[in-house]
Write a protein that binds this ligand. Sequence first.
Ligand code: C2E
Ligand code: CA
Ligand code: CA
Length: 401
Amino acid sequence: MSKAQTQKIFKAGDTIMRQGELGDCAYIIEIGRVEILIEKKNGEVQSVGTRGPGAMIGEMALVDQAPRTASVKALEDCSLLAITQDDFSMRLNHADPIIEMTTKVILTRYRDTLARAHIGGVDTNIPFAEQAELEHAKGSKAHETVKIANNFKDALHNGEITLHYQPILDLKTNKIKGFEALMRWEHPQDGFISPGVFIPIIEDSGLIVEASQWALQESLLALKRIEGRTGYDNDLFMSVNFSSKDFASDDFVDSVYATISKSDVNAKNVHLEITERLLMGQPDQAKDTLEMCRKAGIGISLDDFGTGYSSLSYLHYFPIDTIKIDRSFVSGMTEDENILKLVKSIIDLSKSMNKETIAEGIETEQQAALLAGLGCDMVQGYFFAKPVSERDVITYIDKLS
Ligand code: C2E
Ligand code: CA
Ligand code: CA
């Protein structure tokens, strides 16, 4: 039982809630029976039913501050579990946006029906109905979520989704070693939609699986073209992001392998970027999948290291080749001595386990110098290069030589 849900005891005959009073919680009946009573405008009191164990009462108070539309009396000694408005809001805020919106809309409509039927007989002066529904809908996350999920599939096929490539450099030589492929969405009406917004939505809806395979195929073809046109280096790697939904599909390894084979890129130059969150979900299955990738020669990078449920034991349980130190550590390390020590330990530990380190989000020369001093292998950040289109990567490389 969470702190917010407290047990309340009422004796037979007690009034649990009174019509017209402001409510700030709902109750689930654990033990006992209650009667629901409504006082009409003419003063007549009418029983509208009884409720027993498992039922919820006073639920309208979870959505708004309006007065109780009925009174509730204990018919027997009762034990009730109180759910506060704060606790409910917190849960709703963490819920899927569509569930959040649906819940609010249903409760608002129910409140409206009660008000229209005048059965409550209480003048609450609260504008329910369409007004409130409109407020829920306007700028709601649900609206945006559904729109993005509906449009993404088309966007992937009609060229609105593209990839940008951010160079990853060797910190000792400053030479480009590879790239991270990052999705971009330029919507014809809404403009640029950040991957921070659309990726989580297409992960939830499962569309990510098709998108990841597309990104892998597209980025490997781009890598071959970049190598061919620049003549800079023919042994560059491409790092592609994958999510837990990708790993859950049965033919993940087969389709990754098939795409790599078709691309003519050496499997060792394909790095799968995964997060600790993915490993946490189904560790044993993830381990099997990663081991199959490893056998095929594919590299595994642990992304955003340090931000998740970081457990050092992962590092030897899972076959991981590269650790990407999250940007928050890189930006924090110049201000906070402890963060600097943390970054140093991550690098030392990685070295001792024969893993490479890539620091993410380097924005200043000072950060680059500190990381070089700590022996970090590779870097990726705006200070060196931003993620850019394939054409701009080629221009960028041409200018280097
Ligand atoms: P991420 O995988 O951690 O990617 C690195 C993010 O840091 C990118 O943001 C990149 O543009 C940004 N970045 C790189 N250097 C700097 C820097 O110096 N300063 C700052 N402030 N930011 C820097 P982006 O492209 O907006 O992507 C955000 C996230 O969206 C990615 O974080 C990744 O989680 C997700 N994402 C992007 N593309 C894909 C994709 O193709 N597949 C999947 N599954 N996720 C993707
Ligand atoms: Ca990444
Ligand atoms: Ca990252």
